[in-house]
Design a protein around this ligand. Structure first.
Ligand code: 9UX
Length: 70
């Protein structure tokens, strides 16, 4: 079962950022990256393996501010 999640991300400026965020999200177990663009990432996740806060934290850890879109 997979749940959609959108993150709003501050501090992204270019395609390099898109690649960095994509790579960080792809490393989180249980996360499937759907689409990443400057300022925004869409994923789906397996709630048994990953929590939204931990997914956002993977982005924060590489230097971007990430918020869960409500
Ligand atoms: Mo682009 Mo982003 O030069 O972390 S890679 S601004």
């Amino acid at each position: 079962m997979s749940t959609p999640l959108t993150l709003k991300i501050e501090g992204m400026h270019c395609d390099g950022c898109v690649r960095r965020v994509t790579a960080a999200l792809a490393k989180v177990e249980g996360v499937e990256v759907k689409a990443v663009q400057v300022g925004r990432a869409e994923v789906s996740f397996d709630a048994a393996k990953a929590a939204p806060e931990a997914i956002a934290a993977a982005v924060t850890k590489i230097g971007f501010a990430a918020a869960l879109e409500s």
